[in-house]
Design a protein around this ligand. Structure first.
Ligand SMILES: [Zn+2]
Length: 309
């Protein structure tokens, strides 16, 4: 209080001048003073795309932890706080991560839901088995496995970052353009690698590969579990075993977060082979700019090792 008083009394003219100066300049200076936004993301592939657009300017927070199931996760209190404090949340949507849908409601952050973003290509869950005891009528939320969607999202992410941080808009746009160029090359490489396996039917543990199979022309014959990663019942197993034989399914792929025993059990009495574990959400990968490419190459490598091995 004393210091304040002395200051006012001692330099009244300086204070008046600086207030007049501020009245003239402070409004103009505001946009440049905006900072790189704090960004929270749901899963590794989304974190990776945002990291590519942010480049050296910042690192998006990743919520889903290593080895966790994207459909069923429990946020820690520190993560709830990060969501509450974020400037921007980039996520797929409540269809994939209901645990984030609840938490985001209390956040002041701008939210970019990619599943419902304009231009995102969506499709229903694919399940060739056509069994009647499960509901597969919903939209498949594993939309990042179509790289056309990833390419669509890069400029949308850049737009949201630029709206929060106009001073760096040029950098965000340039980073997004560079990432799109890399994505085109990645897509071309994977399409070439997978082409020889186009007519080899396969089954997976997790119903997550509709987009990947459709984009690359693969023959996805069904899944053991539903999209929400529930374990299949005995009736579904019997049905799938019949399907393996009828459709000459070459490979059954377990999932990185789940015990492969179920897939192995399914193979009893069939000529199908057990493939390596697929990791569609990048739960075994380090997050960062390179993770999206590593995820897509990883899927292609595991699929090819069994289908053409
Ligand atoms: Zn999933």
């Amino acid at each position: 209080m004393l210091y304040y008083h002395i200051y006012i009394a001692g330099v009244p003219r300086l204070k008046e001048q600086s207030m007049r100066l501020c009245a003239a300049l402070c409004l103009i200076a505001l946009p440049a003073a905006a900072e790189v936004p704090t960004v929270v993301t749901d899963i590794v592939p989304v974190q990776s795309l945002v990291a590519q657009v942010m480049g050296d300017l910042g690192q998006p927070v990743l919520l889903l932890e290593r080895g966790a199931d994207e459909h069923d996760f429990q946020l820690r209190p520190s993560q709830m706080q990060a969501i509450a404090d974020a400037d921007l949340i980039v996520w797929i949507g409540p269809q994939l991560t209901p645990w984030l849908d609840r938490a985001r409601a209390s956040s002041r952050a701008v939210q970019l839901g990619l599943l419902e973003a304009p231009g995102t290509q969506v499709q229903p869950y694919s399940d060739a088995s056509g069994h009647a005891d499960h509901d597969h009528s919903g939209i498949d939320p594993h939309v990042w496995l179509n790289p056309d969607n990833a390419a669509r999202w890069l400029p949308l992410i850049a737009d949201q970052l630029s709206a929060a941080d106009p001073a760096n808009a040029g950098a965000y746009a340039a980073n997004a353009a560079a990432a799109a160029t890399q994505l085109t090359a990645l897509d071309r490489d994977i399409a070439a690698a997978l082409a020889p396996a186009a007519n080899e039917p396969f089954v997976t543990y997790h119903n997550a590969y509709g987009y990947f199979a459709a984009h690359y022309g693969l023959t996805f014959a069904g899944s053991l579990a539903d999209g929400e990663a529930a374990d299949p019942g005995a009736a579904h197993l019997t049905e799938l075993r019949e399907q393996l034989r009828a459709q000459n399914v070459r490979c059954v792929f377990p999932e990185a977060q789940h015990d492969p025993a179920l897939a192995a059990q399914l193979l009893d009495g069939t000529s199908s082979r057990l493939g390596g574990a697929l990791d569609p959400v990048g739960s075994t990968l380090d997050p960062g700019p390179q993770a999206y490419g590593a995820l897509m190459h990883g899927l292609a490598d595991v699929v090819m090792a069994c289908l053409r091995g």
